[in-house]
Design a protein around this ligand. Structure first.
Ligand SMILES: *[C@@H]1O[C@H](CO)[C@@H](O)[C@H](O)[C@H]1NC(C)=O
Ligand SMILES: *[C@@H]1O[C@H](CO)[C@@H](O)[C@H](O)[C@H]1NC(C)=O
Length: 524
């Protein structure tokens, strides 16, 4: 009798002591976006969590590039065959060629590609197997795939979102972050503020458009997809599921854009994927860079744009320009390149972060993805930007305004323009001086961004969703958030009081005058 009681007590104590720690949590990372540049950033956090002793499982459509790790289970799903991403990339390139970066023209295709990639993973047999397991936390990679959020309800666990974009409305809504319309310029304002009257008017207008678009997007695209994957008889509603997100990690740092107010549930991580110490370079690349006594240039259009998409005229213009300079060029180029000058080396794949860390690196010619620009800033390398699509334009414009970059439109690339811009960047020391200063501002933090992000993920696990750090704004609707309901009541009260007072004065007046008249009549 006593023995069993002791046993029960012992078990209870054991459970009490083992549950609340984060020594080794089971973490599931769900990454659907068919863009490797996104995955590189998302995976850096998952690998850090595995290194910290957590039992990490990751589901994606990419081959693993990094070394296998202890506690790190990597499950690859075959990519969606009907994916339109490739044709989308061609279209983006054509747009750049004709100098019309028309975001709204490619938006439907982008939305379609991203949502179908997410559905593909949600329907995969690999996920069906994983659904039988138990986890302590789920980490979602975000990019136009919000309906995935129902998975957290399936596992009944808290959730964290990694967003490769900065503080946009879709992210703010998850955590109830304020928009600061008058102080903080929207992403496509390409400015750092403070704004003039006209800029503020434009910013307000952009926020209104964003408000309408986001609501259309949520109502007509995300909610139906959510209901399809997470039927209402078994799952909470889409809105309820969204309100249950514990933490959103965003790709920004106040030294990169405009400093803005952040609620505790919104954490900036820009630079998280950059290694604390660069890895040793492959021998051939190391030798090429070590011997670049006049400096080296890295040229990469990122993982989304293939070099075969460059037109032959543009490619030759670049090569002729390179042949005339004394620096060594390292070009990420996926094919053969006959007749390349002696100072150009090509490679299908490059460890970009490690290459940019090389002391001989003088310039980075880039398509200006956010990840690459962060790496350049971190390592203090000036940038010549040739933006193609989406946020690349605004990324480079901010860098140009900060004084460490120059921009060339893809449609305007000729031997003449390219060599003029390239020589200006190589010969004018200003860009280098500016970026050294900004690099220090970017790196000067209490801890490496991946340590900060991992701390907050573990915090959410330790406090089982950390509901105490959620802003109450998450639970207010539009009218409540802007106190429009209160103002409406106030208005009605003021209006009624005014009417009532007016009426009362009238009646009083009539009584006085009325009695006055009757007196007068009596006198008659
Ligand atoms: C919210 O998340 C917690 C886990 O953190 C879970 O227990 C709860 O059921 C979720 N609620 C909804 C409405 O999804
Ligand atoms: C170097 O670049 C800066 C910034 O664009 C410019 O103000 C300056 O005049 C340039 N210096 C020379 C010598 O061209």
């Amino acid at each position: 009798m006593i023995k069993t009681k002791l046993l029960v007590l012992g078990l209870a104590l054991l459970m009490f002591y083992t549950v609340p720690t984060t020594n080794s949590a089971r973490i599931f990372g769900f990454f659907t976006t068919p863009s490797r540049s996104h995955f590189i950033i998302q995976e850096s956090l998952m690998r850090e969590l595995a290194t910290r002793g957590h039992d990490v499982t990751v589901l994606t459509t990419f081959d693993q590039i990094g070394k296998p790790l202890k506690n790190y289970r990597y499950i690859k799903v075959k990519p969606n065959e009907e994916d339109e991403m490739e044709s989308l990339k061609d279209q983006m390139m054509n747009n750049a060629e004709e100098n019309k970066d028309n975001f709204f023209a490619v938006l439907p295709k982008l939305v379609n590609s991203m949502t179908s990639a997410a559905s593909h993973l949600l329907n995969s047999p690999q996920l069906a197997e994983l659904k039988k397991e138990q986890f302590d936390l789920i980490v979602f990679g975000w990019f136009i795939n919000d309906f995935q959020i129902g998975l957290a309800s399936h596992f009944n666990v808290p959730s964290v979102i990694i967003s490769v974009v900065p503080n946009v409305k879709l992210m703010r809504d998850y955590v109830g972050n304020p928009a600061e319309v008058s102080a903080v310029p929207a992403l496509n304002m390409n400015s750092k503020g403070p704004m003039t009257f006209l800029q503020r008017a434009k910013n307000l207008f952009i926020h209104c458009i964003e408000f309408v678009l986001v609501n259309i997007f949520e109502y007509f695209i995300m909610n139906p997809l959510y209901v399809q994957h997470f039927p209402p008889d078994k799952y909470p509603s889409y809105d309820e599921a969204k309100r249950n997100v514990s933490l959103v990690l965003i790709n920004s740092h106040f030294s990169q854009g405009t400093p803005s107010a952040l609620v505790p549930g919104l954490i900036e991580f820009s630079g998280m994927h950059i290694k604390r110490q660069p890895d040793p370079l492959p021998e051939n690349i190391k030798q090429w860079l070590d011997t670049a006594t006049d400096g080296a240039i890295l040229f990469s259009m990122g993982s989304n744009i293939r070099s075969s998409q460059l037109s032959v005229e543009k490619r030759d213009a670049l090569l002729r320009t390179f042949a005339k300079i004394k620096q060594k060029i390292l070009w990420k180029f996926e094919e053969d390149l006959p007749n390349k000058p002696a100072n150009v080396m090509i490679s299908k794949w490059l460890p970009q972060d490690d290459v940019l860390a090389h002391p001989n690196m003088k310039l980075f010619i880039s398509h200006c993805g956010k990840g690459g620009l962060s790496e350049a800033k971190y390592h203090g390398v000036p940038v010549l930007g040739i933006p193609i699509f989406g946020d690349q334009q605004s990324n480079i414009q901010i860098a140009v305004a900060e004084g460490w970059a120059l921009q060339l439109q893809y449609s305007e690339v000729t031997e003449e323009t390219f060599s003029r811009t390239l020589n200006e960047m190589l010969q004018n020391a200003t860009y280098r001086q500016v970026i050294k200063k900004l690099s220090f501002m970017f790196r000067d933090r209490p801890q490496h961004p991946v340590d900060n992000a991992a701390f907050w993920v573990e915090y959410v696990i330790r406090h089982r969703g950390a509901k105490h750090m959620q802003s109450p704004a998450v639970h207010l609707n539009f009218f409540q958030y802007y106190s429009l309901d209160v103002l409406a009541v106030l208005f009605v009260v003021i209006y009624l009081s005014y009417k009532f007072t007016k009426c009362a004065i009238k009646m009083l007046f009539r009584k006085c005058c009325g009695s006055g008249k009757s007196i007068k009549r009596k006198e008659d």
